[in-house]
Design a protein. Sequence first.
Length: 75
Amino acid sequence: MEASRRLTAIIGREDQGFVALCPELDIASQGDSIEEARSNLIEALTLFFEVADPTEVARRYLNEVFVTQVEVPVG
């Protein structure tokens, strides 16, 4: 059985497409739809884990990521 790791995916619209970011490893991808951006991020993360040295994974991995919204004054 393959090991797996649950990671965060933050997806937002950018121009005509979508960008997906995994903040734990600072890896991003993009796609024409939310689903494509998510799928491409999974592929990028999978490739990263396949080729990265364990010390690189440990160096980049942020164990705790908090996603929230903030309100700031503008103008």
